[in-house]
Write a protein that binds this ligand. Structure first.
Ligand SMILES: Cc1cc2nc3c(=O)[nH]c(=O)nc-3n(C[C@H](O)[C@H](O)[C@H](O)COP(=O)(O)OP(=O)(O)OC[C@H]3O[C@@H](n4cnc5c(N)ncnc54)[C@H](O)[C@@H]3O)c2cc1C
Length: 435
């Protein structure tokens, strides 16, 4: 089938679609094993959902995408060590600001012991909203319900009507802190390191290459880009985010994979970075916010954090889950305005005061991003079967990888993406290139 006029042809052992964490990790493993690899990336930069901003913009290695290192993250930590990077343990106070009541609350969930008891007893998986309504109804548990929905939407970027209770149970009872470290140099530096490793092994990384088609024909796989180039390969690894799978035409068609992809949850995040002349909020309305790490609120942009213990005059705003979709068509200016309004309410000052302090702003509207269409996946009761389907290669030629495909319990994170990329590379190395 020939849809575009073919302008240029090239050949590789493996073509990888996407130069995010999964794609670069897969390329590094394959390149080390002597395979000729080409990565095709739609954007004009590597990194995907890891998006480092220039140090000049915010005065530190700010990130418009992934920022924290969660849980064990063995592979990520190993790479950071190899790259000579510095992990900084997060510290500082967690504040709540709900309806004008502002207080430190380093305990995130009220009635936590009761919740953990019920979670432990649960025999069958169900969406978390169903679980909470069944076991924690009525007035008595309003704070618990608000807190749970706040975490599921705000942290997991998930829709409580779909998110799996079993998976949240693993997250909450697993004994791992929910946020642990950030990187002094930012995730961008880790990917730069991976990129240089890939290039050392001879991997070609082509930017501004939007893949439109993947075709298996006559025992070969062809990958076609929007600019009319054709890349022939023995094997292909597709690492695009879940919703983007439907934007690529596969021949033969892959309806069962697309159906499986829809069964895994995928949530949105809007991240706003605001740089100010000073840390104007630290003594707002007589409170001491000087050691604030996070503040959670029910304002339009709900969650904010600082770079504490670094005393940088930057606040990062975060709106995740179904509510982030409300800004899908908003301009950056409108989102910045919403951020300013939220901060003014939280710290009880007027909008003009916040505006006068503001020197620079950056909005990352991930649901509106053409090559991500959201932020990261979340587990639903149907995810396990769906993942099994997606992990079966097509004709032993097309393989799928990315954060949503990790089987090691760290899906949705950078660690999950790295692990999944490495896994896809292993599968290819274990199967013959000539079959
Ligand atoms: C705002 C935000 C905050 C986050 N915070 C954290 C955090 O603190 N800690 C953490 O561990 N994780 C975090 N994550 C999640 C983490 O960033 C992702 O899980 C991880 O980076 C995904 O890597 P990936 O390789 O699977 O996908 P991606 O990084 O999305 O890589 C896929 C690549 O495919 C490219 N692509 C898409 N379509 C095409 C096409 N048609 N042709 C060619 N290329 C294409 C994309 O441009 C992209 O570069 C965050 C994500 C977001 C958005």
């Amino acid at each position: 089938m020939n849809i575009h006029p073919i302008l240029e042809e090239s050949k590789a052992d493996v073509v990888i679609i996407g130069a995010g964490a999964a794609g670069l990790m897969a390329a590094r493993e394959l390149g080390k094993a002597g395979k000729k690899v080409t990565i095709l990336e739609a954007r004009d930069r590597i990194g995907g959902r890891i998006w480092p901003l220039s140090k000049d913009e915010f005065g530190y290695d700010a990130q418009a995408g992934a920022e924290y290192v969660h849980g064990e993250a063995r592979l990520a930590k190993y790479l950071m060590k190899e790259a000579g990077m510095t992990l900084i343990q997060t510290q500082g106070d967690m504040w709540n600001s709900y309806g004008g009541d502002v207080a430190i609350n380093n305990e995130r969930i009220p009635n936590q012991d009761e919740l953990h008891g019920k979670l432990r007893e649960l025999k069958g998986d169900m969406p978390i909203a169903e679980f909470i309504e069944k076991y924690f109804p009525g007035e008595k548990y309003i704070s618990l319900r608000n807190s749970i929905f706040g975490i599921v939407e705000g942290y997991d970027a998930a829709d409580p009507m779909r998110a799996s209770t079993f998976s949240l149970r693993d997250e909450w009872l697993g004994g791992q802190d929910w946020l642990q470290y950030r990187l002094k140099e930012g995730y961008g530096a880790m990917l730069k390191f991976l990129e240089s490793e890939c290039r050392k092994n001879g991997t070609e990384i082509e930017l501004n290459k939007i893949v439109r088609e993947v075709v298996i024909h006559n025992g070969k796989t062809n990958v076609r880009t929007a600019d009319g180039n054709n890349y022939e390969a023995e094997k292909v690894i597709v690492t695009v985010p879940l919703p983007i799978l439907a934007d690529i035409k596969f021949t033969p068609a892959i309806p069962e994979k697309l159906e499986a992809a829809r069964k895994i949850g995928y949530g949105g995040v809007i991240k706003i970075l605001l740089k100010f002349k000073s840390r104007w909020w630290i003594n707002a309305f007589g409170k001491d916010f000087g050691e604030m790490d996070f503040i959670f609120s029910n304002e339009e942009i709900r969650t904010w954090w600082t770079q504490y213990p670094d005393l940088i005059p930057v606040l990062t705003g975060w709106l995740a889950g179904p509510k982030s979709q409300e800004f899908l068509h908003s301009s950056d200016e409108e989102i910045i305005e919403a951020g300013i309004g939220s901060l003014a309410k939280i710290f009880k000052v007027d909008n003009e005061y916040v505006k006068k302090e503001l020197v620079h702003a950056k909005v990352a509207n991930w649901p509106a991003d053409l090559y991500a269409k959201g932020a990261y996946s979340y587990w639903t009761p149907e995810s396990e079967k769906a993942q099994e389907e997606l992990l079966k290669p097509v004709d032993n030629r097309i393989f799928f990888a990315g954060e949503a495909f990790d089987r090691g319990g760290e899906a949705s994170t950078v660690e999950g993406a790295l692990a999944s990329g490495r896994e896809a590379a292993k599968k290819i190395l274990n199967s013959s290139l000539t079959d």
